[in-house]
Write a protein of this length. Structure first.
Length: 511
């Protein structure tokens, strides 16, 4: 049992090519041995049957010759008659089966009497008609039988088996040579065929090894090696393995790409969060520092600063800080997905109010209101927040363009069931490097967080709030900018209303 287990372990430790070759070779050897043994046994049975027929014929001839000489028990003269082949052995037996006389036919010579030792080898054969095989010293192996008649004549006859044995031995040698040659050729062909058939599996294994050596745990995702298409034929087992490996590699690659995208998004989110916290801290620290400074001056006495001025500055900085905190809270609520107030809003009226407010704040700019409506510009949403979006866009145009810039705000209802608002100015435009991040929080043209020119606002939250509010209403905001033309576009889904009874025709007029 231990030997069998050990042999199995050795076999399983070999390669598939070796195991297949050993298994096929063992099967071929077993088949060849079985066929050779079957052939030998069948041929031997046939030859022995033929020899037995000749032995019986020789015994009957000898019995017939002995019946012609019933009074001569030791007379073997019938052996000299024609028809007995050389090597034929004959003997006369008494009633008890003892040999009275025995001789063997010689080639071109009288029959030779058997010696005592040779007679001894023939003892014990009864007249039962069976065939017996005996080895006679000096003569070889014989096939022998005994016949008798009703008159008490009993004769032993036999023929040599040398020809049969030589033929069987020759047949064994020939079959062994043929089997050995056939096994050698078959083993070589099997080795070649197995090697060729297992080449695709070897290429699949090489691909798997190459993929396993790839640095999948870190670094950028690179294109992993695939099994060649010729090795992915589903009609073969190796092709099925190759196709399955390719599917697994595709899954691994997609998982790695997704992981990298997630890591990149997380990294960007962390960067935005750090920048957000830094910018928020700075924006809050500036008014707090101003309030603390004026308070310190007041504590030192009124001779250092006028109390009214100090309180006005404290109030202004408090209002600024309050506005910043409210903007941050609004962004936080929008990020959490809190619902806004919902109602029917006429964007044409809201835009007109926002443009009038902007004109009052920026008298140095030229403001235009453009209405091109074939249908009412009605949406479902929060009117106060939508007004805030438009106010932020107009304030952005006022703060970042020089005096004398023309700002045009327009709204229209499209055939695609959307309401489009456009705010356009002919100012210097947005710097190309800033354009991709213009809607992110705390994005400013001045990266140092310092306000240019002492302008109010400038926290970098206006466009971020406009983006968040627009997204909360199911819309989108976009910007295109080149020197001399900057245009913000807002698209919002239009409210589902019955057909309008009247249409407002397009008009453009200065405000």
């Amino acid at each position: 049992m231990n030997l069998l287990t050990r042999n199995r372990g050795r076999l399983h430790g070999r390669s598939l090519r070796t195991r297949l070759l050993l298994f096929i070779s063992a099967t071929l050897v077993a088949v060849c041995v079985a066929m050779s043994l079957t052939t030998v046994f069948v041929q031997r049975s046939y030859l022995l049957g033929n020899l037995d027929d000749r032995v019986v014929d020789a015994a009957q001839r000898s019995l017939g010759g002995a019946e012609l000489r019933p009074g001569f028990d030791d007379d073997l003269g019938f052996l000299s008659e024609n028809g007995h082949a050389a090597g034929t052995l004959a003997a006369r037996l008494d009633g008890k089966g003892a040999i009275i006389a025995a001789a063997v036919v010689s080639q071109d010579a009288p029959p030779q009497n058997l010696t005592t030792a040779q007679r001894t080898a023939l003892k014990g054969i009864t007249a039962d008609g069976a065939k017996h095989t005996r080895t006679v010293p000096g003569l070889g192996t014989y096939r022998i039988t005994v016949l008798d008649d009703d008159n008490g004549v009993r004769v032993l006859a036999g023929l040599p088996m040398d020809d049969v044995q030589d033929m069987i031995s020759g047949l064994v040698v020939v079959e062994a040579a043929v089997a050995l040659t056939g096994l050698t050729v078959a083993g070589f062909l099997c080795a070649v065929v197995i090697r060729r058939q297992l080449r695709p599996l070897g290429r699949v294994a090489a691909t798997a090894v190459e993929v396993s050596r790839s640095p999948l745990g870190h670094g950028e995702v690179t294109a992993l090696t695939r099994v060649p298409e010729r090795d992915t034929d589903p009609g073969s087992e190796a092709g099925q393995v190759g196709a399955a490996l390719n599917r697994m590699i595709d899954h691994v690659e997609s998982s790695l790409a997704e992981r990298q995208r997630s890591e990149e998004q997380m990294r960007r989110s962390e960067e935005r969060m750090r920048r957000f916290l830094a910018d928020a801290s700075h924006e809050l620290r500036t008014p707090l520092a101003s309030i603390a400074g004026y308070a310190e001056l007041m504590n030192r006495g009124t001779d250092r600063i006028e109390p009214g001025l100090a309180w006005r500055r404290v109030t202004a900085e408090s209002a600024r800080m309050t506005g910043l905190v409210e903007d941050l809270l609004l962004l936080a609520r929008l990020d959490e997905g809190r619902p806004l107030q919902s109602g029917e809003v006429d964007l044409a009226a809201v835009l007109a109010e926002a443009v009038w407010d902007a004109r009052a704040a920026g008298t140095g700019h030229e403001w235009q209101l453009q209405l091109s409506l074939d249908a009412p510009a009605l949406v479902i949403g929060d009117e106060a927040r939508l007004h805030q979006v438009l106010a932020n866009l107009l304030a952005n145009a006022r703060m970042h363009t020089p005096v004398g810039t023309t700002v045009t705000a327009g709204v229209e209802a499209t055939a695609a069931h959307t309401v489009v608002i456009r705010v356009r100015d002919d100012g210097p435009g947005i710097p190309p490097a800033l354009l991709p991040t213009v809607f992110e929080r705390f994005t400013r043209a001045d990266a140092s967080r310092a306000r240019a020119g002492g302008k109010e606002g400038g926290s970098g939250l206006g466009l971020a709030i406009a983006t968040a509010i627009t997204g909360a209403h199911g819309g989108r905001i976009d910007v295109t900018s080149v020197p001399g033309r900057t245009e913000f576009t807002i698209e919002l889904p239009a409210a589902e209303l019955p057909p309008a009874e009247t249409q407002i025709r397009a008009r453009t007029a200065p405000v």
